[in-house]
Ligand binder design. Structure first.
Ligand code: 13P
Ligand code: ZN
Length: 293
């Protein structure tokens, strides 16, 4: 199936009251693993490609691989630029066939975040591509330290969010409600009261970043309060590292000519299982058929 926009992906998710996982693609093993899980469970998927990861691979290579995998499948797939930070990278994504770009201006002063996000919306919508914006700042340091914490002072302001969505024309809003990238320091505590108000006032679906480390209850309550896209990455990396360690420590495959390939096969399986577990929690299993082919 050709790639679909984030707006179309999340409209169906909201109608069906389920969440769609947005999983980061960082190499072919991860992308194969995400597609394996989606095919096995007949689940829609969003593949994230993050700007902070572009020091490890080319955006265009990853986009071509995802586009090919999606076209060879019957799955609804959205290809999203994750945390686009600069205009040149946003432009590259728009040219490379992404069907969604996240513009992360959360570090900018409010007026500047509005101005730059609105500019991205203008360029993206002219090509039928969706835009995700962020207001407030999700905790932690994507691409930086593994452990992070959310800062209450940077939670999404509910009044400002109304103005932000109206002034920019974004298709989805990433919220900061106690969620954080990487490993949570201590037990995460999401501000569900704030999420309920945001859900009531926002005309667009909401996005939860920092999915790794949240509980089943956190996810299910979040989805019931308007979260339609959930970003998840650190849990996949942990599964990949565990599978790699087991492959390296296994004397039997270590004697084989293809030790590396046997190890990476375990990585693919481990990542795929981590992704499948999230799909079950988000309720996206068997929802591929909700999207028109
Ligand atoms: P985690 O790595 O904490 O799961 O967060 C992923 C994310 O938000 C990517 O944008
Ligand atoms: Zn994120």
């Amino acid at each position: 199936m050709p790639l679909i926009s984030l707006a179309d992906m999340l409209k169906t998710a909201r109608a069906g009251k389920f969440g769609v996982g947005a999983f980061n693609g960082v190499d072919s093993h991860y992308i194969d693993a995400i597609f394996d899980a989606a095919k096995r469970l007949s689940s829609p998927i969003i593949i994230n490609v993050a700007e902070v990861h572009l020091k490890f691979f080319e955006l265009e290579d990853m986009a071509a691989y995802v586009r090919y995998k999606a076209s060879a499948s019957n799955l609804p797939v959205t290809l999203n630029l994750d945390h686009g930070l600069t205009m040149p990278t946003v432009m590259r994504a728009l040219e490379a066939g992404f069907t969604s770009v996240m513009f992360d201006g959360s570090h900018l002063p409010y007026e500047e975040n509005v101005r730059q996000t609105a500019e991205v919306v203008k360029l993206a919508h002219a090509r039928g591509i969706s835009v995700e914006g962020e207001l407030g700042a999700v905790g932690g340091d994507e691409g930086g330290n593994l452990e992070g914490a959310a800062d209450v002072a940077l939670y999404t302001d509910t009044e400002q969010a109304v103005d932000y969505v109206r002034s920019t024309g974004i298709d989805a809003l990433a919220v900061a409600i106690g969620n954080s990238h990487g490993k949570y320091k201590g037990v995460p505590k999401l501000d569900f009261d704030r999420l309920a108000v945001l859900n009531q006032r926002m005309p667009v679906p909401l996005v939860l970043h920092g999915g790794s480390g949240l509980s089943v209850d956190d996810f299910q309550r979040s989805i019931s309060l308007g979260i339609a896209k959930i970003n998840f990455f650190t849990g996949m990396s942990q599964a990949a590292l565990d599978a790699m360690a087991s492959g390296l420590a296994d004397d039997e495959i270590a004697r084989k000519y293809d030790h590396y390939l046997f190890t990476m096969q375990r990585v693919r399986k481990g990542v795929s299982e981590a992704v499948a577990e999230q799909m079950r929690i988000f309720g996206s299993v068997d929802k591929a058929s909700h999207y028109a082919a």
